[in-house]
Design a protein around this ligand. Sequence first.
Ligand code: ZN
Length: 284
Amino acid sequence: MRDHIKDNLLWSIGDGEHVRIWVDPWVPSIPGFKLIPPDIGNQHSNLVWVKDLFRPGTKEWNIELLNGIFSEFEIRAIKDVHIPVAPRGDKLLWIENRTGQFTTKSLYSLLHSSIPSSSDVSINTNVDSFPWKKLRSVKGVSPRIIIFIWRLLHNGLAIRANTRKFVSSIITECPFCDNAEETIDHILLHCPFSQAIWFASPLELRFEYHPPSLSNLIVGWLNDNDNLQIFRIGVSILWCIWKARNKIIFYSVHLEIHQILNATTNLHSDYFEPISEVMNQQNT
Ligand SMILES: [Zn+2]
């Protein structure tokens, strides 16, 4: 019960004097709202409270200091934290669940709906042993995608099989095939539509016989130090499938497989080497 309450608490920073940088939940755009403690040794042992990240005597972020400690996406997330101009203390808030589907009034039902679905189990099994630091340090991937992968592995995406725990009338069929419950595993790996994307992609992956769990798949890519481009391509495909799913749910727009693959390629032109070069490197 305690964990449920803890998951929904967020510190609203006022003067930053009572919120610990790496212990307390205070960064709204990071899943779990907490920063990952970096390997900084004793170099920054004087940094304990959020106010220690301000320029002395102000409530402005000390950007040089942040640059020396945090990754690009963490800095962006920290800069997004609203700091009030007027003096006030830090406040602990009870906030909505990350699905956005319920409010404080639903605390009772939240606490009584803790039985995980099958997709929760398969995704969360390896969360503790997942190489989070490595995920954070991979270069050449959009911070938005890293946050997406993080959410995905923490089961923090607003997938309808999850939201149904709180809203019983919600439709939970897969928007791609209308033929199975929409779980995260289904929509990203098991759905025939997604499988066609994976096979047509530069990775040419086939999942129909022994589909892996998402966390095993991503860990496998991350651990392939010789070719992190596979990871970069793989996560951008996951991201584009997810965006295509959202387009159907929110705008009733159905993308074709080639449009989704084009979107993946366009991501590469922003952040990565061209896919064709990657695959040539792989073949030599
Ligand atoms: Zn489907």
